[in-house]
Design a protein around this ligand. Sequence first.
Ligand code: NAG
Length: 498
Amino acid sequence: MIIGSGKLSLNCLVLKIIAAVFVCLTSTVVAINVPNPNYADALTKSILFFEGQRSGKLPPNQRVTWRKDSALLDGADKGVDLVGGYYDAGDNVKFHFPMAFTTTMLAWSVEQFKNSMGPDLQHAMEAIRWSTDYFLKATNIPNVVYAQVGNAEGDHNCWERPEDMDTPRTAFAVTAQAPGSEVSAEIAAALASASVVFKRTDPAYSKLLVNRAVQVFEFADKYRGSYNDHLGSWVCPFYCDYNGYKDELLWAAAWLLKATRKPMYWIYVKQNIINFKSDMESSLSEFGWDAKHAGINVLISKFVLDNPSNANPFLPYADTFVCSVLPESPTNTVRYTPGGLMYKSGICNMQNPTALSFLLLTYARYMKSRVIRCGNIDVTQKMLIRFARSQVNYILGINPMNMSYMVGFGTKFPQRIHHRGASLPSINQHPEKMGCKEGTPYFLSENRNPNLHIGAVVGGPDIKDYFVDSRPNAAQSEPTTYVNAPLVGLLAYFKAHP
Ligand SMILES: *[C@@H]1O[C@H](CO)[C@@H](O)[C@H](O)[C@H]1NC(C)=O
């Protein structure tokens, strides 16, 4: 579980002990002539990861076999079926706000890069469907959107396998009287983007998704409000909406424009990019599960690049994003580690290089031969792609620690990730139930995790490129679904351009 916007974690189990191993690096020189990593292998693994995060009844073709069925009564407290979906990270709560963003980014990854996915395309589409099947359940009742299942405090107080979980599985909803436009609109974006992915291979499913997206977006826009105000004690501080809901409304409308091509969504985006101007302009370079601002402009840029009369303000905003991120830009505001990794936050930093690099790569492909002016330098497509590759290479092992931050990739990778299921013996090894506190010795142990959560990408190193491979060190050692989702697209592209 990850806490947003750099706020410090309350959830790191009971202890405040830092069992840190301080590694003193004498050199931060990055080798120059090392070959590029095996992107194809990393792509396969990045998608496999999602199977280890599945909640609900697992299918017969489940490849991650140390995981079993879990949370089979979710929704029962409200008389609805909410079985399925994903756990967000190393805990067993289903937080729909980041789950929806994860889905949108998986769908964008497939929409952009499906041609280079090969046999992994099938698995990527299954990973999306695992989510959208669930969101169809979560939005089945008009004007009700389920926003979370599980009690985060209760869950975080235990170190338990999802298969054994016995903490309250309360389902929380937003409604017309108690709205949550951010979570509803992000779910609408997820459904709309997924409808694009399934358009050709499963038109009936695609239609179902887009129709539901339209309905959920109408609900999100008509009953405006933040779920913080109604579910605050449940969703905060974990996935509080720190950035407001206006960005999600625009983001959902932009995805509905892409999915339906209906002028009403273009009108909505065009008008509200102006109406929400102050909100937009304060966050032009942000992109992640909470802030969608930079993503909106990159997504819309595809529609306006060839049409100067529609370019404003989308292209200038997207260009500002590029200039504020790219290290060589004179107006860059983002920090980098000495080894070259983008660094924006102490908790799960890796979500920043993956999400922002995805946007830069996607914008590069949209802009083709166009050149962006950042102060006195010209930024070309090639520079953006080179930058995105540098971030991916860092994650896969070309870094001062000489380690891959993806579990199971390369020869050196994190062995003690902050993940309940991966760190406890599996049901295969230990069929007896293990209660809430029975996992604590495993949590505290310095042994390697018994289950290799292949493809999990962890929060990663600190601002000095140091990484402490320790389970209690959740800020660095916890994987999340929204780190991997944009990485899937990046890896597919670099697999085709090694
Ligand atoms: C990483 O590899 C380089 C080049 O082989 C070496 O000089 C450096 O000491 C290594 N760093 C660590 C932390 O192992």
